[in-house]
Structures are given as C-alpha cells and as structure tokens.
Design a protein around this ligand. Structure first.
Ligand code: 5GP
Ligand code: MN
Length: 319
C-alpha cells in the first residue's frame, strides 16, 4: 500500500469513528478550500454526522452554487464544542486559516487532520495528508474518496471540480498535471455541474470590475534588474465595487506575459494591510513570500503585510 493510501485509510478510520467533526477552510476562501471542504461536508451529512464548518471569512457570493455553502460560520464559538475530528483544508499553517488561537482552546481528545498541497506546509496535524505535487487540495480529496471507495455524488463532484479549476487556472497554470485532468474527467462523468462553474467563477466579471482590471493593467511596470513585472491597486480604486474584483489577476498576467518570469501584484486591503500575489514560470517565489511572512507554492505564492502603497514617479512604494 502506498503511504498516501495508508494516510487516506487512517483519515477515513478517524472520521468513520467520529460523531462530531469540524471542517475548516482558510481565510478569504478560494474555490479549492471551499470545494474540498464542502465535498467532505456533503459526504458527512449523508453519513449522518454532526458536522460544523468554520471559515474566518464568509465565502464570496460567487460560490453560492456550491451546495451547503451556507453551513460555513465565522463564529469562533464553534471551537467551544468538543470534536472527535477537526480537518483543515488547503492551509499551510494554522494562522492562514485563522485558527491558531482557536485550536489550542478546543476540549482535548480531537484528532487534527491536515489536507493540503502547499510546499510551505508545516505539518501541524496529527495526521498530515500533504502532497506538494498535487494541483489542489480538491485533487487530494478526490484521491481520498477514491482510496476509500466513497461514493462521489454530483454535489461533491461539483465542489471538487471547482477546486481543480480554480487552482489550475482552468487547467492552464504550472499546477496542472495528469492527475488533475484525470480527476476532472471522472468528476464530469459523475455529474459535476461545469455550467455553474463557468457561469459563476469563470465568466463572472462585471463592467465596473473590468474597468478596475483596466487600471491594474495600465499600471504594469517591468523591472529589468529583478526581471519582475508588477502592478498595484489602492483600496480607493475598488470602493463601492462588491467582491474581490481582481481575483485571478495575478494568474491571468502569469499566463499572458510570455516574456518575463515573475509577476507581482500588490494591493491595499482593508485594515491597513497590503496583500502581495507572486507568480512565476521558473523561480521559486514561495521563498520570497516566506521572507515576507507568507507562503504558498513554488510558482504561486503570497504574503500579507501591514502598510500602505504610495504612488511615486518611480512606481509604487510600500510605506
Ligand atoms: P494568491 O496570490 O492567489 O492569494 O495566493 C497564492 C498562493 O499563495 C496560495 O496558494 C496561498 O495559499 C498562498 N498565500 C497567499 N497569501 C498568503 C499569506 O498571506 N500567507 C501564506 N502562508 N500563504 C499565502
Ligand atoms: Mn489550493
């Protein structure tokens, strides 16, 4: 038996025995953390388990086609209950999912399970199913269901396909691999609603949002010393426009800027913070992100720091 199948079996055993389970998605949840966790939610509801969902930020409205998405709560009082199993999806550490202060105060006796694909994962679980070559946590979760002969219904298939599509940039970025494409093919066969993913995730840009993209594109600069193309967005640029309007911008730039290795998008986010998104073709940008207190993958990483962006004649400066 491979070590992955062995880990899958241990996780299945722990969940099978559990009465109450907590599933955790990471902050500012993306399609992967939501897709993977909601597929497990649907399975556990089918099994009659008492299952709770925590996410420090509520899922964006675009994810409303995902069944049971209303189950996620931002209320930390879910950590007052005793659990047999806690599963964290798509998070390299406990801070990234906003539970570093909550997990230690859980009543003792739980098994913490970490399912993830980030190269910077710190193996915080009692059981760590961390596959850094996987395209997505959804791909790993699909493998978990297959290893344990768990029926994937159309809702679960839709959730998992969401994670695969969002983390591979619709099968176009460096994370795309044969397993991801194979899993997607199987999920379509199982009834995944690709139409919904296209409508709500891929073709979701409003005209005001596209104007912000125009602004972002007009600010592109090339730094020859570091071979980096960068751009930025201020908090005031997106006032009154709902949702994360430049979601996917770093991925898009990485896929179209053929002549350069590295893309960096920095933006002001609420709370006096700056979020950086790094993408590359060859370089290991997770190292840069880590230096800035963040993390991620070799070719897609990010960080969040305190500060503001000042526009200068030489480009943006973080102050
Ligand atoms: P994005 O740029 O799409 O937000 O993130 C790209 C990758 O970097 C994701 O896989 C994400 O997990 C990771 N990442 C982004 N921001 C942070 C951060 O602040 N901390 C950590 N640890 N990882 C991050
Ligand atoms: Mn992911």
């Amino acid at each position: 038996m491979s070590s992955t199948a062995h880990l899958s079996g241990r996780i299945h055993e722990a969940i099978r025995r559990a009465n109450r389970v907590l599933l955790v998605a990471h902050k500012k949840p993306d399609g992967d953390t939501l897709g993977a966790s909601s597929s497990v939610l649907n399975w556990l509801l089918r099994e009659g388990k008492d299952v709770r969902m925590f996410c420090a930020d509520l899922p964006a409205p675009c994810f409303r086609y995902i069944d049971n998405v209303h189950h996620y709560t931002t209320d930390p009082s879910v950590f007052d209950l005793p659990y047999d199993v806690v599963v964290v999806f798509d998070s390299g550490d406990l801070s990234y999912c906003g539970v570093a202060d909550h997990i230690p105060r859980l009543p003792a006796g739980y098994t913490l399970i970490n399912i993830d694909h980030h190269i910077t994962n710190v193996r915080f679980g009692h059981i760590n199913l961390v596959l850094t070559d996987a395209s997505s946590t959804a791909e790993i979760t699909h493998g978990f269901f297959e290893d344990n002969n768990i029926l994937i219904d159309p809702q679960m298939a839709t959730s998992l396909l969401t994670g695969l599509i969002t983390d591979t940039g619709n099968f176009s970025n460096a994370a795309t691999n044969p397993k991801a494409v194979d899993a997607a093919s199987k999920l379509l066969g199982l009834g995944a609603r690709l139409n919904d993913i296209q409508k709500y995730i891929l073709n979701d840009k409003t005209i005001p949002a596209l104007r912000v993209w125009g602004l972002l594109l007009s600010r592109l600069r090339y730094n020859a010393t570091y071979d980096v193309v960068s751009t930025y967005l201020l908090e005031k640029d997106t006032v009154d426009i709902p949702g994360d309007v430049i979601e996917g911008a770093a991925n898009f730039l990485n896929s179209v800027a053929g002549s350069t290795d590295t893309i960096m998008v920095i933006r002001e986010i609420p709370g006096g913070l700056i979020k950086g998104s790094l993408r590359s073709v060859v370089r290991d940008v997770s190292k840069v992100a880590k230096l800035m207190g963040g993390g991620g993958h070799k070719k897609a990483a990010g960080f969040t720091v305190k500060g503001k962006i000042e526009e200068t004649v030489n480009g943006p400066k973080i102050i």
